[in-house]
Design a protein around this ligand. Sequence first.
Ligand code: NAG
Ligand code: NAG
Ligand code: NAG
Length: 297
Amino acid sequence: MKQRSIFLVMLNSSVILAVFVIFLVLLNAPIRFLFTASPENAFKVDEALATSGTRFSLLIGVLTRPNNYDRRHFLRLVYGIQSSPVAEVQVKFVFCSVTNPEQKIFLALEILRFNDIIILNCTENMNFGKTYTYFSSLPDILPRRFDYVMKADDDVYIRLAQLVSSLQPLPRQDLYYGFVLPCPSMNPHEGYMSGMGFALSWDLVEWIASSEIPKHDTFGPEDKLVGRWLNKGKKARNRFTSKPAMYDYPGTNGRCSHELVPDTVAVHRLKRWDRWLRVLEFFNVTKELNHSKLYNL
Ligand SMILES: *[C@@H]1O[C@H](CO)[C@@H](O)[C@H](O)[C@H]1NC(C)=O
Ligand SMILES: *[C@@H]1O[C@H](CO)[C@@H](O)[C@H](O)[C@H]1NC(C)=O
Ligand SMILES: *[C@@H]1O[C@H](CO)[C@@H](O)[C@H](O)[C@H]1NC(C)=O
């Protein structure tokens, strides 16, 4: 009898402990994006995400050039301070093979510090094939799958929480998401998604890697090609255009541009600092900063 009640007390306290642990884990969400200094940290964040009911994962590959150091550091800041409780988002910088010995050392330093670079087996300056190499290499080179993979330009500002909320209700399969071209079109089933930033579900990434269709059609404007492959393969039955939440910076590209709006997912054509500044101001990006004796901004 006595033994039984001791057993019950122990059972009760382990339930309380379990509830307490779950509570602590929930307290930890939302979780910062995976801009971590070391792989150990990345692992911890991954684990926390796995236990906090992450609903989907997204890899954003920013296609850029190896020598765009300043832009890359700036984008690390821009994405490193964003977070979303709904999805795990990893941002990586993607470019082709590097041969310059100095560049190799600088890039090795960046990788040691940030571990956010993917170097593909292709030749930079080649204005075709990089997008194909990107998508088709991923299933083989990534240590894991993602629900969605995005290709983004380095002159686009993506608001991760807004992007995640717009992807959240969409299918995880056979999905082609972005900003449909031509500019005035609202029909994602015609035309193709702009290279500013479009996402594919993982099954489509695997299809690109294995199908003969993209393999033999890699010459031409990269974003247009992706639409053509999917059409030829009768793929991407689910298509979604994120207009008017994605657009070109005001006044830069006819009907692809409009004024900045609060519900923005992405603004493109940020090729100059004055445009970045206006965007950061409009979205109150630095307003969170607290007063401190250490600085007076
Ligand atoms: C890189 O691509 C070239 C040309 O397609 C190929 O010959 C070579 O084997 C590839 N290298 C690796 C490491 O995959
Ligand atoms: C930025 O902050 C201002 C002042 O608090 C507010 O009126 C505005 O709606 C905010 N803008 C956005 C895009 O959230
Ligand atoms: C600002 O202060 C608040 C309240 O102390 C804190 O919750 C928040 O994390 C701080 N923000 C930053 C960016 O440090």
